[in-house]
Design a binder for this molecule. Structure first.
Ligand code: DGY
Length: 321
C-alpha cells in the first residue's frame, strides 16, 4: 500500500481514527467541511474520514475522491445521493454500536418515566435528609405498551431488551418484518394511537423528517411518553415542546435534537423531560470500535478494493489499484 495516499479529515473526529490512519496514510486535517479550505496540496485526497458533514461541494473539490468513511451508523450528514452519482463509496459503522445504543435507549426510557436523574439530584442536594422522601414518580414502565418507530438492528435490540421488562411491544416500519410476534402498524399515527410509549430509532432522511408531528403526539395521548435516540430531525421539536407544555403527552426522553448542540430553553425548562447530549453510543469501548471500523473501511478499500461496511446506496468496488 502506498504511504502517499492522502486521507482528509474535516472537523473533529475521535483521535483513534487519526492515530490508526496515520500508520498507513498521510492524514490531512482541515477545520471544517468547507470546500474553500481545500488547497491545491490537498485536492488529490482519495479518502475522507468524517464525524459530521460532507456536502456535495466538498466532494467536488476533491476530484480523486474514492471513499468517505463516516464515523457513526447514521450518515445523514453525508450527501450520499451526490456520492452515489460520483461513484464515491460511503461507509458507516453499523453493528459495533447496536447494543450500546439499545442500552442507552432503555436507560433513557427509565430515567424519563421514573425521574431517576431528578431523584439523584434530590439526594445530592441534601433534600432527602432535609425535606424527606423524593416525591413518587407519576409515571412508570409498568403496564405500558411500547411502540418502536424503526425496527432495524438497533430497534430490534431495544425490543429484545423490552421483552424482558414484560411490556407489550408494537412497531412501525415501511413494511412488516418476518418472523416477529410484535404487532405491526402500517402508519406511524396508527402506532402512536395503539401505544402509550413511542421510541424513535429511524435514520434521519427526507422520509422521516419531522414525521413525529403534532398529529402523532396527539395520537400518543396524555399518558404518552416519547423517547428519541435516532435523529433530532425526525421530531418536530416545536410541536413536541407545545405538546409537553399543554399536557398533550406526559413526558419525553431525548438524546438527539434538531439543532445540536443547541437545545431550546423551552425544552430545558420542562420538568417532564430527560435530556442527554447525544451520548447513546458514547462509551470508550464502543467509540473505539467505531473508530477502528472507520479506519478499517479505508484500509480495506485500498487493500482489497472493497469497503467493510458500505452503505446500501453505494455498493461500489474500487475501479483502479
Ligand atoms: C450514530 O452512530 O449515528 C450516532 O448517532 C453517533 O453516535
Amino acid at each position: 500500500m502506498s504511504a502517499r495516499i492522502r486521507v482528509l479529515v474535516p472537523g473533529k473526529i475521535n483521535p483513534r481514527v487519526v492515530d490508526r490512519l496515520a500508520e498507513r496514510f498521510e492524514v490531512i486535517r482541515i477545520d471544517s467541511a468547507d470546500p474553500a479550505l481545500v488547497t491545491a496540496e490537498i485536492q488529490d485526497a482519495k479518502a475522507v474520514a468524517v464525524s459530521g458533514r460532507v456536502p456535495a461541494a466538498l466532494m467536488d473539490a476533491l476530484p480523486g475522491l474514492e471513499i468517505i468513511a463516516n464515523f457513526g451508523v447514521g450518515y445523514d450528514g453525508v450527501d450520499v445521493g451526490h456520492a452515489a452519482e460520483r461513484g464515491i463509496t460511503v461507509s458507516n459503522t453499523p453493528d459495533v454500536l447496536t447494543e450500546e445504543v439499545a442500552d442507552t435507549a432503555v436507560g433513557l426510557l427509565l430515567n424519563t418515566l421514573r425521574q431517576l436523574p431528578q431523584a439523584e439530584q434530590w439526594l445530592r442536594q441534601g433534600r432527602w435528609a432535609k425535606d424527606g422522601a423524593f416525591p413518587l414518580s407519576p409515571l412508570s414502565l409498568r403496564g405500558r405498551t411500547v411502540g418502536l418507530y424503526g425496527l432495524g438492528r438497533i430497534g430490534l435490540a431495544i425490543a429484545r431488551r423490552l421483552e424482558a421488562f414484560g411490556v407489550s411491544i408494537a412497531y412501525h416500519t415501511r413494511s412488516p418484518r418476518e418472523g416477529l410476534s410484535y404487532a405491526y402498524h402500517p402508519t406511524l399515527v396508527g402506532l402512536a394511537a395503539a401505544v402509550d410509549t413511542l421510541v424513535v430509532i429511524v435514520p434521519g432522511t427526507e422520509a422521516t423528517k419531522r414525521a413525529v408531528n403534532a398529529e402523532v403526539l396527539s395520537a400518543l395521548g396524555s399518558n404518552g411518553v416519547l423517547v428519541n435516540v435516532g435523529r433530532g430531525s425526525t421530531v418536530d421539536e416545536a410541536a413536541l415542546i407545545a405538546a409537553l407544555q399543554a399536557g398533550v403527552i406526559a413526558g419525553a426522553g431525548l438524546d438527539v435534537f434538531e439543532n445540536e448542540p443547541q437545545v431550546p430553553d423551552a425544552l430545558m425548562a420542562l420538568p417532564n423531560v430527560s435530556l442527554l447530549p447525544h451520548v447513546a453510543s458514547a462509551s470508550v469501548v464502543t467509540r473505539n470500535a467505531m473508530a477502528d471500523l472507520v479506519a478499517g473501511n479505508i484500509e480495506a478499500w485500498f487493500e482489497t478494493g472493497r469497503a467493510l461496511t458500505p452503505v446500501p446506496e453505494t455498493p461500489f468496488t474500487r475501479r483502479s489499484a
